[in-house]
Ligand binder design. Sequence first.
Ligand code: ADP
Length: 450
Amino acid sequence: MATVDNFFRSTGPARGGGVAVAAGLAAVVVFVLLRAAGSPTGVAAAAGLAAALAAVLALWPRGGAPSVAPGEVVEPSEPPYALVLESLSDPVLLVTDQGEEDGEPRLVFANAAARELLRLQRGGALLAAYIRNPRVLESLEEALHGRIESEAVFEEGGSLDRVWRAIAKPLHSEGVERLALLCMRDETDARRNERMRADFLANASHELRTPLASLAGFIETLRGHAKDDVAARDRFLAIMTQQAQRMSRLIDDLLSLSRIELNEHIAPAGDLDLGLAVADVLDALGPLAEERKVRIDTHAVRAGSAVIVGDRDQIIQVVQNLVDNAIKYAGEGGTVRIEVDGDVGIEAAARPTSGAVARLSLLTPDRGHELRYAALRVADSGPGIAREFLPRLSERFYRVEGQKGGQAGTGLGLAIVKHIVNRHRGGLVVESAEGEGAAFIAYFPRAGQG
Ligand code: ADP
């Protein structure tokens, strides 16, 4: 009841006569609409029906304060059907092919969402002038003449490329034999998710199949002609170990991505010091940097001045993935520079590190300008990334083509980073230019801001 109460309090007329009058008018409109659709001169009259509906809605006082005592429950004698139809966010149309000699289906009613979708200006319009998709027209035909419910999925072009499901239902009404309701449902997001899931599965299987095929090949060789070749066996076993490790990395990354996604809507609890998280990761990755002959310069804030709200393991994973990439792509003799800014606004958090590079925000927080952030920047002296590849960087399995050392990675590291940063309501920026290294900036809301 709470919703109905609120609805009537905020949009309804003064209690009593007003509700009855408006509901009565709505009923009259529906009645006239049905009659009009059936009478020979009806379709012409129906042209004014959308306007009549608008008049009913206009009569329905919106701003006037209802004389309802606080806490009192309003029970309308009848719901305002016209207003309900008009306010539905899904497009709804009423169609008949009776009333005009040409027998063409015409619109006798369209709610606001339908008028906006079809850019409809007047009632009584020929349906075919607004809906050209043959499958939708066929469904309507079936509803009008076959008296059966039928559906059609169609795509609306334009810049947004939306996918709609149109459901045509025959309406049973006295005096009108052929009347159909056409409801549209926007299925764009569901379709996009379906496609993403299918792509993800195809990519994941492909990524796993490659090392698996290689393992199977080596097993065959070792059982066959390399059976007694000790040198070859050692070499093959070393490659097999690498492939098995790759598969296990992939599975670990996939599991970790799925875990992060499951919790993404739950804001993290607990505080941690970003500077200390960086120090921990550097302790762990120091030997790798040494082995690769990469110099690491750090510019960290003093302990306790970059405290963020965060899940420690996940923040460590962000730092680790970014620093790991920087070491990997900096290459032998390269340098990695790591900075932590303890208390900055969003502009400063995402400030450019150098002048002449391309920058892109891979993730921007919703409440960006209200909050203060702690920012981590990881810059390397590696090959960098060309401007055209930047937008795809945090896509799963995406790797920049032709990059040295890139094939060894899983292509999931930055996707994991982006999802973790998103869960922490933070932001992620990349800046780079081919041949001039790359920098990734991840920033997180400081603790204690509510
Ligand atoms: P990977 O495990 O392949 O490194 P990521 O998701 O971490 O996966 O990175 C995706 C792709 O982005 C990499 O394959 C690489 O092409 C590019 N990339 C990431 N970090 C850097 C960097 N610091 N320098 C150059 N290219 C990078």
